[in-house]
Design a protein around this ligand. Structure first.
Ligand SMILES: *Cc1c(COP(=O)(O)O)cnc(C)c1O
Length: 265
């Protein structure tokens, strides 16, 4: 698909500007420095052209929720960047290499698709998946960074481990050198009120702080991946270090059908 690139660029720049203003405002209200917060652009619902524009606009942390799509897009972008570098030589600044974030439910049999590309897997939601990732990564002499997904609201349709189980699971990950637990992730019910959003995010923050204080985890444990388009301000107030944002960033540019979430395995 050939989209109208100048207008895509303009729209994206406007959305990004507005989003950054809202992030700054929420940070100021919480007396936080926005530099502590990584913006992960969730690209699951945009075409690959828009994704390239996002990269050119400086969005290097890209999130996908399906293993297959992450694998394909990461491969395509890698080729695109290499080819562009060869074609333009030194006349243009090379595009940065994207950092891919796997944010959706991951089935164990798809771990192999994600491992070669993922900078961080946000959605580790079981001991079995953690073990599979640890084994696969060890086989190739790697360590993959992961977050433990917590179902903080207890909503039945959500993936993630029960909040009380998080410290216990973290202890069990400890001996596996193929994975490194870097923090916690959550996703709230879509209909949570702003008050409920703060309660849920604060609860996860408390567990996160407790796990650090009790040294259940190492020094790499420093990320709280929480906050999407409709709740990121509450997440910032509660101490989020990673926002995963799609709709606010790509409003007017979401031509692709977002892939449905994976089924449970
Ligand atoms: C789609 C998605 C997001 C982004 O949601 P928006 O409401 O579009 O900002 C964040 N996290 C996960 C896990 C997602 O699947």
């Amino acid at each position: 698909m050939i989209s109208n690139l100048p207008s895509v660029r303009r729209r994206l720049a406007e959305n990004l500007k507005r989003l950054r203003e809202r992030i700054e405002k929420a940070c100021a209200a919480a007396k936080r420095d926005s530099k502590e917060i990584t913006l992960v652009a969730v690209t699951k619902a945009v075409e690959i052209d828009v994704l390239r524009q996002a990269l050119e606009a400086g969005l290097v942390d890209l999130g996908e929720n399906r293993a297959q799509q992450l694998n394909q897009r990461a491969g395509m972008m890698h080729e695109f960047i290499e080819r562009r570098a060869v074609l333009t030589g030194r006349s243009e600044k090379p595009l940065p290499r994207p950092r891919w974030h796997m944010i959706g439910h991951l089935q164990r049999n798809k771990a192999k698709l994600v491992l070669p590309w993922a900078e961080l897997i946000h959605s580790v939601d079981s001991l079995r998946l953690a073990e599979e990732l640890a084994q696969q990564a060890s086989k190739v002499g790697r360590t993959v960074d992961i977050l433990l997904e917590v179902n903080v609201s207890g909503e039945r349709s959500k993936f993630g481990v029960a909040i009380g189980a998080a410290p216990h699971l973290a202890e069990q990950f400890e001996p596996w050198t193929g994975i490194r637990l870097c923090g916690l992730m959550t996703m709230l019910p879509i209909d949570a009120t702003p008050g409920e959003q703060r309660l849920y995010f604060d609860r996860l923050r408390e567990v996160f702080d407790d796990m650090k204080a009790e040294k259940v985890v190492g020094t790499h444990f420093r990320h709280l991946s929480m906050g999407m388009s409709n709740d990121f301000e509450a997440a910032i107030a509660s101490g989020s270090t990673m926002l995963r944002i799609g709709t606010s960033l790509f409003a007017g540019l979401m031509s692709a059908q977002p892939p449905p979430p994976e089924d449970a395995d």
